[in-house]
Design a protein around this ligand. Structure first.
Ligand SMILES: Cc1cc2nc3c(=O)[nH]c(=O)nc-3n(C[C@H](O)[C@H](O)[C@H](O)COP(=O)(O)O)c2cc1C
Length: 145
């Protein structure tokens, strides 16, 4: 049966993660979640890739996970590791967490893609003021379906 990747991205890091997962697993069907019109019931292997912004996972990706009953893999792209645990427990109930596999792959700050306010927030919160890649490539490469 078929495999699919649905993703969201604002500054391109999640797209980069998708390309690595796609190439390593030979997956031909890849859609931005907002443009996916199919039915996930038709797929055996489902990988959803979402960035975390302000502690939130993309709402459409969350909706797909909550409305399905299959096993799915959720790949979270975010630079913080501590709030990541909070994020998943605030977003999903216990039975959903038992059904899905979650992998946190780190993230990146792409300063050329951020607006003034976002740059200000990142600099204030982290001290980082230039493009910085904090992706965990070894974890990304270990994702299989
Ligand atoms: C305004 C802003 C808020 C963010 N909030 C979080 C957060 O709450 N938790 C986290 O882990 N990462 C956070 N990040 C980091 C992003 O998740 C990281 O930059 C990610 O790589 C973005 O993915 P994308 O390029 O696919 O949009 C934030 C980044 C920005 C610019």
């Amino acid at each position: 049966m078929k495999s699919v990747i649905l993703f969201e991205t604002k500054t391109g890091t999640s797209r980069k993660c998708v390309e690595i997962i796609q190439n390593n697993n030979n997956i031909s069907e890849v859609y931005k979640v907002s443009s996916f019109t199919g039915d996930l019931k038709n797929y055996k292997n489902i990988i959803l890739v979402s960035p975390i912004y302000m502690g939130q996972i993309n709402k459409q990706i969350v909706k797909h996970i909550q409305s399905g009953n299959q096993n799915m893999q959720l790949v979270l792209v975010g630079t913080n590791t501590k709030p990541y645990n909070e994020t998943i427990h605030n977003t999903f109930d216990k039975s959903t967490l038992e059904r899905i596999k979650i992998t946190h792959v780190g993230g990146a700050y792409n300063f050329d893609k951020l607006n003034f306010l976002q740059k200000f927030i990142i600099k204030k919160m982290t001290g980082i003021s230039e493009t910085t890649d904090l992706l965990k490539y070894d974890v990304l490469k270990s994702i299989t379906c």
